[in-house]
Design a protein around this ligand. Structure first.
Ligand code: SAH
Ligand code: SF4
Length: 353
């Protein structure tokens, strides 16, 4: 069993139970979550007895195996990782070069193997649902990617996380939230919750639970349509939680947390890219202080009819949104030459092996 399943308090309780001195908790926790060792034996100053006890209690570290690594011309990297049972997930490292001496490295993390939500434009959705990632698998995914970043470039590390990889994070709520707590622990990676974003297709009851937690973790909603008829056709989740209930939950979130939501909108030619859609969005979002990220859709191999509008039209759509008083921008395209949206890499890999 991977010991990274234990949060700080649980680790402390365990160490007390096996009669270790209390300072060991901080020591071991930092080895695991700050230095991110890949083998317990690397924690050389915690004492032989503790290492023996850990082994006797069946504790270890189970790291994913990086099966493939792609590096894009723009610096984006994509990793295909096999979990200990062979299940495959993808993570994407995005680099944003700003004015800072350090560039911002953001990891797009998978929370599930596959996804049950079946959005028609999504390669992961097409694979169906296999299983949830455990807390420790989510952490090991992040630490493995961070290890690659640190090994390749001095002074670089991952400080931003988005749950926009494979899977629906709100369908794996407890493990995702526990992983976030550990990532933000001061003796661990010490990430700021503000630098973590969860993206959801709109699982309303979990969205409300998330709002009630009132954390500083960011929220992105995959909207993709401006009316129920279109959204029903693109995202089956809309049958269970139609737009009225989703927007009501978003308004509740905003009131509760005082945070701005960002909406993702995959722009699809002749499906959701017309003036009437902008008008519908304007009335739908009228009570929200939000921002729309327009993502030119990545055409997936299982559905070639969903096409990306041309550049000019994307630009026009953004202008129409802004004219309607909605903050909007195009999601910078990252790693277009290394296999588009999440899920596509695994699809290709699975078909070839
Ligand atoms: N399940 C969550 C998070 C993972 S998907 C969610 O749906 O929000 C991350 C983002 O990529 C979502 O906004 C999703 O709708 C979008 N996406 C999936 N497939 C896409 C595609 N082919 N083109 C553009 N965006 C896509
Ligand atoms: Fe699942 Fe998100 Fe893909 Fe929809 S877009 S199928 S919720 S991963």
């Amino acid at each position: 069993m991977d010991i990274r399943n234990l949060d700080y308090n649980e680790l402390e309780n365990y160490l007390v139970r096996i009669k270790e001195p209390t300072f060991r908790t901080k020591q071991l926790f930092s080895w695991l979550h700050a230095r991110q060792i890949t083998d317990l034996g690397e924690a050389h100053n915690v004492g032989k007895k503790l290492l023996q006890n850990l082994a006797a209690d069946g504790y270890n570290l189970e790291n994913p195996e990086v099966k493939q690594r792609f590096v894009s011309k723009d610096g984006t990297e994509k990793y295909l990782m096999a979990l200990s049972d062979g299940a495959l997930i993808e993570s994407v490292l995005m680099r944003y070069r700003g004015d800072y001496s350090k560039q911002r490295n953001t990891l797009c993390v998978s929370s599930q193997v596959g996804c049950a939500m079946g959005c028609v434009f999504c390669a992961t959705g097409h694979q169906g649902f296999e299983r949830n990632l455990t807390t420790e698998e989510i952490l090991a995914e992040i630490y493995t990617a961070n290890g690659i970043v640190k090994a390749n470039e001095q002074n670089q590390e991952i400080r931003n996380i988005v749950f926009m990889g494979m899977g629906e994070p709100f369908n794996n709520f407890d493990n995702v939230m526990k992983a976030i707590r550990i990532l933000c622990h001061p003796f661990g990676m010490n990430l700021s919750p503000r630098r973590i974003t969860i993206s959801t297709c709109g699982v309303v009851p979990k969205l409300i639970e998330f709002a009630d937690l009132d954390t500083d973790v960011g929220l992105a909603i995959s909207l993709h349509a401006s009316n129920n008829r279109d959204r029903d056709a693109l995202m089956p989740v809309n049958h269970a939680y139609p737009l009225e209930s989703l927007i009501e939950a978003c308004e509740y979130y905003e009131k509760k947390t005082k945070k701005r939501i960002s909406f993702e909108y995959a722009l699809i030619e002749n499906v959701n890219d017309q003036k009437k859609h902008v008008d519908e969005l304007k009335s739908l979002l009228k009570n929200l202080d939000c921002h729309i990220n327009v993502i030119p859709v990545n055409t997936v191999s299982h559905n070639k009819t969903l096409l990306r509008p041309d550049r000019q039209h994307i630009h026009r759509f953004i202008e129409m949104l802004r004219a309607a008083g909605i903050g909007a921008s195009v999601r910078q395209e990252k790693g277009a030459d290394i296999n588009g949206a999440c899920g596509q890499l695994k699809t290709d890999y699975s078909q070839a092996h």
